[in-house]
Structures are given as C-alpha cells and as structure tokens.
Design a protein around this ligand. Structure first.
Ligand code: TXA
Ligand code: MG
Length: 331
C-alpha cells in the first residue's frame, strides 16, 4: 500500500529520485513524475497500463513557464491563461524540443496546465522540473477524486499519495488546442465552453470524438465503472428494464418504486457544480452495489452538464469490448 500524507518534502524527494507520486489537483488526482526524466515517464505508462500513443499533460506552477516548453503561443491563449490559471484548463501548444517525445507521444504539441491546488502548487514550486501527470487511475477506468480512490486502484504500485482532500471540481480539465489556426476544445471539462467562448469572443469548435487524431486519448470507451451503463431518460429506461437489478444515477431526484440504496442523486438542488463534484465518486459506488447495470440520467447540455454527459457517453460506450477487470488492478 502507498503511504498517505501531506508531506511536500517527502513527495519532492521521491519525484527527484525518479519515483511516481499521486498528487491532488482541483479536478482529479494525478499520477505524477518528473516530466524531463524518461525512465520516470515509462513508469507512468506501465503503472497505468496506458498505451504509449496517449500523451501526458505537463503541470507547471505558473503560466510564465509555458514559454519554456512551448512556442507559437497565441496572445489570446495567454490572456485566457492569465485569467483562468491556476485552474481547470489544459492548453495545447506547439512543443519545444526540450519536452521529451514520451510526454507528447511523438506529437508536435504539448499540453500545459497550472493546477489550482495549494499543496501541488507548493510542490511544483519546490521542484526544478515540471510534472507529467495523467489522472491517477488504471487506463480506461473512472478518475480518482480523493486520495483513497488512488489507494484502491494504484496503491500497490506507488510509494506515496499526497493527500489534499477531495477534489473541488471533480472533473478533469478542459483541453483547448491553440496549436492550429482556430482554437478547438479537445476535451470538455472543469471550465465551461460558454465561459471560454465568452472570453475568446468567438464560437469554439468542440472536437472530442475518438476519431480525431488531435485528441489521441479521447477514446470513446473510457470511465469504466465496472458495471454496464445506459444513459438517457431514466423513467423510460426503468420501464424498459423492469425486473432487472438496476442502479440509478439521477440528476436531481430519485425514481419512485426502486430501492433508494441503489440510487445516487448528483445534486438535489440541480446545481451542476455539485453534480460534477459528486459524479465520479457516485459512479464508482455502483461497483459494489447489488445491481447489474446502471441507468444514468442525461444532464442538461449546458455548463458542466456537457462535460458530465461526455463522460457518461464514454462510460456507456461498448462496455462489452473493454477489459472486464474491476476498478483495482488484479481484480
Ligand atoms: O484535470 C486533468 O487534466 C488531470 C489532472 C491530473 O491534471 N489530468 C488528466 O490527464 O486528466 P489524462 O492523462 O487522464 O488526460 C489527458 C488527456 C488525454 O486524453 C491526452 O490524450 C490529452 O490530454 N493530451 C495530452 N497532451 C496532448 C496533446 N499534446 N495533444 C492532444 N491531446 C493531448
Ligand atoms: Mg484520464
């Protein structure tokens, strides 16, 4: 099992020695390594069982560091960054040669992000290198939003988890690609499309499909909670599946006539931020509930609702073709 604690010096010493450390961010927990150290990077891919074609985000302590690792940074990106960083957004720019190809999976671009978490910012400031960090879950499974989630899934494989409490946002960062002529969103996430379009003063194309070569990691099948997931109008789904042992992941209210123990409500008040914060934790809980499948309600397609719906679609995608292991390695 990994040691859990909030000792930044310990985390820093392990990272300097080329080890992996799980780190808290405002979005989800990350599995961090020295982004400049090839052999530490290899450990990330092997511990996560992540395909080498899926590039890693590089975490830095301030936007001023973007120019160390990227070039051709458009001024609209810099002004957006100055407003939203630290925050739940990843910027894709053309990379400088200093960034190892392992980080970018050989692509000409690099993803940069300033996470908004006091412990991790202090850690980054204390290190002479940036941190490459994917979400701290085995590839294809649900992202971790607290230290114990990481312990359950990867605790056997890493020495230390920097425990920064539950994640404030609960969904991964929004990824915006500024490497082409027009900015494009490659992953919906913690910063809403509406906010971004408002700040950039233009409509922004969302290209999150797995067929897009610009978003190599956006596989249609992802976020596997270990149970089959169906998304749609819950009342209709419940009627259609009468007699089956179903769990319900609803937005605001439980479905009458079904055991409440097998239902999870994302936000009784209909608050999309609260729903986002609860989303991955509740999705995980179905793994141990006595249900055969999970019926999930589609959320309003606005703000963080879009990002939650995107993850629901991926959680529901071709479950049968994915590894049927549970959430932790070895199951
Ligand atoms: O909120 C987050 O972004 C979290 C925390 C830990 O920072 N990290 C995260 O990492 O979600 P990960 O590896 O689970 O997802 C990163 C996504 C992948 O889909 C990857 O393909 C994409 O970012 N990505 C990274 N670099 C890229 C690049 N140069 N071009 C296109 N996509 C990139
Ligand atoms: Mg991930």
């Amino acid at each position: 099992m990994a040691e859990l604690g909030s000792d930044i010096q310990k985390a820093a010493a392990l990272l300097r020695a080329g080890e992996l450390v799980a780190i808290p961010t405002e979005t989800v927990y990350g599995l961090a390594a020295n982004a400049m150290d090839q052999s530490a990077l290899v450990k990330i891919f092997s511990v996560k069982n992540r395909p080498a074609f899926d590039p890693l985000i590089v975490h830095v302590s301030e936007t001023a560091a973007f120019t160390h690792y990227a070039e051709d940074i458009p001024s609209i990106a810099l002004s957006l960054a100055s407003e939203v960083c630290p925050g739940p957004v990843t910027f894709i720019f053309r990379k400088k040669p200093v960034v190892p190809d392992l980080v970018t999976s050989g692509h000409a671009t690099v993803g940069l992000r300033v996470p908004d978490h006091a412990l991790t910012l202090e850690l980054l400031k204390s290190l002479p290198f940036p941190l490459a960090a994917p979400s701290a879950n085995p590839f294809g499974f649900v992202s971790p939003t607290c230290a114990m989630d990481v312990q359950e899934q990867l605790g056997e494989a890493i020495p230390y988890i920097l425990d920064g409490g539950p994640c404030r946002i609960g969904l991964e960062s929004t990824i915006i690609d500024f490497s082409g002529s027009d900015p494009q969103i490659l992953r919906l996430g913690g910063l809403s499309l509406e906010f971004i379009e408002d700040r950039l003063q233009r409509p922004v194309r969302v290209r999150t499909s797995s067929s897009s070569p610009r978003a190599p990691g956006m596989l249609s099948s992802h976020y596997n909670p270990g149970k089959k997931v169906l998304v749609g109008n819950i009342t209709e789904l419940v009627e259609k599946l009468a007699g089956q042992k179903v769990g319900v992941l609803a937005f605001r209210q439980a479905i009458p006539g079904l055991p409440t123990d097998n239902q999870r409500i994302l936000s009784l008040s209909g608050d999309l931020q609260e729903a986002a914060r609860n989303f991955f934790r509740m999705l995980r809980e179905f793994r141990t509930l006595p249900v055969d499948l999970v019926l999930a309600e589609k959320l309003p397609e606005v703000g963080l609702g879009r990002a939650i719906n995107d993850r629901l679609r991926r959680a529901a995608a071709d479950t049968d073709t994915r590894p049927q292991a549970g959430l932790s390695p070895g199951e």
